[in-house]
Design a protein around this ligand. Structure first.
Ligand code: ADE
Length: 278
């Protein structure tokens, strides 16, 4: 196993329970950006060091706008994670992305508007400078490749790419918004990908997502609009598939050589910071 690999797993709705880990140990941490969503649960998957964090808290009591995304990513980085693999429920903006399918998103469209989305906020204690992180390829292509390979081998219906429209929530979209997001090129829709993926890039981490389609949002005239009940029912039936992908992908990721990729990500993050002249 490459010695530099440790995998942070952020579990979304329906995946907030760290039961996939062996030899679990809880660790309460605090960061310069405040408290993460919950304790970090250290443990192993197939002998690989992992750290699980429930994005909405294990009681699912933190709404998307109130998640401390900075503390979550900072904490995983501090624990030595090289990768962050996350799960998330999402709505579908395309007929061919069906409830129950898995999606490995490669792009996002950001419609959030009240979230802290950079570590470089100019505040005392934060790193110096202003960070203009390139975002042409937000998700780690090598990590996505492993997830896709595994989904293929497990015969799970999946989509290798997808543009994720990220809304502020907590409300779902209006029909007009949903149709507009389709015209923009959105494939799926959720409330949490941004700023999580952005911050992972600032932190120089390899980040990839397993998105589970739970509903058709509300653009279909021939289909009921999304409700919480529908999301939860579909999740219950499909969460096992995301877990299967995680369990098979993690030892594969750990067996790969990541030095060049991680060095590249860290260098990209560093050179994106403009330090003010004195
Ligand atoms: N999460 C699951 N389904 C969703 C939807 N339709 N819109 C936003 N977030 C979601």
């Amino acid at each position: 196993m490459a010695p530099n690999v440790k995998i942070g797993i952020i579990g979304g709705t329906g995946m907030d329970d760290p039961d996939i880990l062996k030899n679990r140990e809880e660790k309460q941490v605090s960061t310069p950006y405040g408290e993460p969503s919950d304790v970090l649960v250290h443990g192993e998957i197939a002998g690989v060091d992992c750290v699980v964090l429930a994005r909405h808290g294990r009681k699912h009591d933190i709404m998307p706008s109130d998640i401390n995304y900075r503390a979550n990513i900072y904490a995983l980085k501090e624990e030595g994670c090289s990768h962050v693999v996350v799960t998330t429920a999402c709505g579908s903006l395309r007929e061919e992305f069906k409830p129950g399918d898995l999606v490995f998103p490669d792009q996002f469209i950001d419609r959030t508007h009240k979230r802290e989305s950079t570590f470089y906020d100019g505040k005392e204690g934060s790193p110096a400078g202003i960070c203009h992180m390139p975002m042409h390829e937000p998700y780690c292509p090598e990590t996505r490749e492993v997830l896709i390979e595994v989904a293929k081998e497990l015969n799970l219906t999946h989509h290798c790419m997808g543009t994720n429209v990220v809304i502020e929530g907590p409300r779902f979209s209006s029909k007009a918004e949903s149709k507009m997001f389709q015209l923009w090129g959105g494939d799926i829709i959720n409330m949490t990908a941004v700023p999580e993926v952005v911050l992972a890039n600032e932190a120089g981490l390899c980040y990839a997502a397993i998105a589970m389609v739970t509903d058709y949002d509300c653009w279909r005239d021939d289909h009921d609009p999304v409700t919480v009940d529908a999301v939860i029912a579909t999740l219950k039936n499909n969460v096992a598939n995301a877990k299967k992908v995680l369990l098979a992908a993690i030892p594969r990721i750990a067996a790969m050589e990541w030095k060049e990729s991680i060095d590249g990500r860290q260098a990209a993050a560093k050179k994106s910071v403009i330090i003010p002249s004195s």
